[in-house]
Design a protein around this ligand. Structure first.
Ligand code: HEC
Length: 321
């Protein structure tokens, strides 16, 4: 490119200088080349030739451009949040990690945003180099072919903690990748029961039918649901305690709260006891009624923290990492 560029500059500048010397204006009446009639054929060949070269360059470069910019259909999509504290990778199932784990032979599409300044996503071993600019989503993709750990870094200085902008791409075999995903997607790892419950509220789909701010959607809001007393459609009085909530999740249409339709999907077989315990713990944090249900079961009178600790303890060994 440099040689071709240098050649073009020397040719054009050289010809220009030569012509200026060769054909100087000889006086006021000398209109020089201005009077000469252009050679139409030469002119047409020149213009068509130039347009032809431009079209050829476009057509020849387009496949490569598309390949570099548009991720293959059905790529594995990972969201990247870059900031001066480092990278956060969010997987399709909601798991967040600070290292990028991928499976080999499966195209990975990265949708990257930055919270502060310009960063880049650079993994030389994977031919990945994408600037991430504030206010827009940068898209890049790659396909790892060999298992291993490769450097992933920002190639641009982004502040005093630039050294934090270094992490790794870990390429696993497909089986290892699935095993890794199962291992790390444990919602209970590093979370209290309440926090796990809050995550489950989103990932199990409760959110589509139950709000937490008191507004009624398809189902009653989770605000103050724990511990409240109500009539079922059959006119039975019920207090929402742990057992009732468990039943409501597993077999929701056994006792339906008056004013609602029995449309909640039964979660039987799709939720574990531990997940129910976490959701219950979360519901308790959303309720002011948690401490004073009518049925005098003393465990419920305890502050949420203690009871959660008790609920979490026996569950821990069966958590089986
Ligand atoms: C398809 C919408 C829908 C989804 C999804 C859904 N629910 Fe429900 N839920 C309802 C409806 C409607 C009711 C009221 C009728 C009934 O009791 O069956 C209800 C009732 C409940 C009740 C009893 C509330 C009360 O005041 O008695 C609990 C507890 C509950 N749901 C928990 C959950 C949890 C936890 C999840 C997520 C794991 C969930 N629901 C997902 C629609 C839904």
């Amino acid at each position: 490119m440099y040689v071709v560029g240098a050649f073009a500059v020397i040719l054009v500048a050289g010809l220009a200088m030569t012509f200026v010397r060769q054909f100087p204006r000889k006086g006021d009446n000398d209109r020089g080349l201005a009077d000469a009639r252009p050679n139409t054929r030469l002119l047409a060949a020149w213009v068509l030739g130039a347009v032809g070269i431009a079209i050829y360059a476009f057509a020849a470069g387009l496949p490569g451009f598309l390949d570099a910019n548009a991720a293959p259909w059905m790529s594995y999509r990972v969201l990247v949040a870059a900031s001066q504290d480092g990278y956060k990778f969010t997987y399709p199932n909601g798991h967040i990690a600070d290292t990028l784990h991928v499976s080999i032979d499966r195209p990975v599409r990265l949708d990257a945003t930055t919270a502060d300044v310009i960063h880049t996503l650079q993994a030389p071993a994977l031919r990945l180099n994408e600037p991430v600019l504030p206010g827009r989503t940068a898209q890049a993709w790659f396909n790892a072919t060999t298992p291993g750990t490769y450097e992933l870094r920002s190639a641009i200085w982004g502040g005093d903690r630039y050294q934090d902008m270094r992490t790794a791409v870990v390429a696993h075999t497909p089986a290892d990748f699935d095993a890794w995903m199962v291992r790390v997607s444990d919602v209970f790892a590093g979370r209290t029961m309440e926090q796990a419950g809050e995550v489950l509220y989103g990932t199990k789909g409760c959110k589509t039918c139950h709000t937490i701010d008191g507004n009624k959607l398809v189902g009653p809001s989770f605000k103050n649901v724990y511990g409240h007393q109500f009539d079922t459609r059959e006119g039975v009085k019920i207090t929402a305690d742990d057992a009732y909530i468990k039943e409501s999740i597993l077999k929701p249409n056994v006792s339906v709260i008056a004013g609602f339709e029995p449309v909640m999907t039964p979660f039987e077989g799709r939720i574990t006891d531990k997940e129910i315990a976490a959701l219950t713990a979360y519901l308790r944090t959303l309720s002011d009624l948690g401490g004073k249900p009518a049925g005098a079961d003393t465990t419920k009178a305890q502050p949420a923290g203690k009871e959660v600790a008790a609920a979490a303890a026996p569950a821990a060994p069966q958590g089986g990492k």
